[in-house]
Write a protein that binds this ligand. Structure first.
Ligand SMILES: Nc1ncnc2c1ncn2[C@@H]1O[C@H](COP(=O)(O)OP(=O)(O)OP(=O)(O)O)[C@@H](O)[C@H]1O
Length: 252
């Protein structure tokens, strides 16, 4: 395989003496869809915080291509092509689905200016393409606030894609979704792999099984990688089973 596009090496991060991330090594390859699982408090959110510049490591390397991400701020890292989607959808509720995508496409122009500037045919085509991809074409004129929870999540993924990031970091996309919405979300993420590189943090093991068909799953525990492998190997691994033991429905 070629060089990883994202290199995280020997990274540690403590909060008040508590090691949230501890000697973490993680490599993401171009076009890969990587799933990250781990029990509560394993360090999954902190891991995303460190990549996106929301938090800085105490030690270790985080590189994206030739860029040393530890020296850049959140805005600069986002501009380089690393987009993050938080667990809770944040869309402009009073604007339509179409307008939400337009606002994301036009970046920093500002809400008011974005809605009144003249759209190029390329931009209009891109919005149409995104609407189809997230399957909200028939709801383009709906106010985003009127969408179902799952649809809001898809809209936000569409908004993230509008800036065409190379890497997408997606936090628990299936949380709070119906089974059908969850499955459709899996299909959407699978369709993005290849063109984008994705890291998906998730708790729902049915969903993990769906998206990690042939790809690697990383298990985080106490801030470092406990195990990495195919879904079946993760499920069969004794160390992983011990960590999840007694954790009920999230058990792998
Ligand atoms: N900003 C912070 N200040 C203090 N402690 C923090 C901070 N961020 C994370 N932590 C601590 O670091 C540990 C790892 O937290 P993190 O949120 O990264 O885990 P997680 O795997 O995302 O958990 P969950 O699945 O519950 O979201 C936790 O013990 C948490 O309390």
């Amino acid at each position: 395989m070629s060089h990883p596009i994202l290199n995280v090496e020997d990274v540690s991060k403590s909060y008040d003496g508590f090691k949230a991330i501890s000697g973490l090594n993680f490599y993401l390859f171009k076009g890969e869809l990587r799933t990250v699982i781990g029990p509560n408090g394993a360090g999954k959110s902190t891991f995303f915080d460190l990549i996106t510049g929301r938090a800085k490591p105490d030690v270790g390397k985080i590189e994206f291509g030739d860029h040393d991400l530890t020296q850049l701020n959140e805005f600069q890292i986002n501009r380089l092509g690393i987009g993050r989607k938080f667990q809770t959808p944040s869309v402009y509720s009073n604007h339509t689905v179409w307008e939400n995508l337009l606002l994301s496409l036009s970046g920093t122009r500002g809400v008011f200016a974005s809605l009144f500037f003249k759209l190029s045919s390329d931009q209009s085509d891109r919005i149409d393409e995104l609407l189809k991809l997230i399957r909200l074409d028939d709801k383009r004129d709906w106010k985003a606030g009127a969408l179902a929870h799952g649809e809001k999540q898809w809209l936000e993924i569409g908004m993230l894609l509008a800036s065409d990031p190379e890497v997408l970091l997606i936090d628990e996309p299936a949380a709070g979704m119906t089974d059908e919405e969850t499955h459709r979300t899996g299909e959407l993420l699978l369709s993005l792999a290849g063109q984008h590189s994705l890291v998906v943090v998730e708790h729902d093991m049915t969903f993990v099984k769906q998206i990690a068909q042939d790809t690697a799953v990383t298990v985080l525990h106490q801030g470092s990688v406990l195990f990495e492998g195919k879904f079946d190997e993760v499920q069969a691994n004794q160390k992983v089973r011990e960590v999840y033991l007694g954790r009920g429905k999230h058990e792998p």
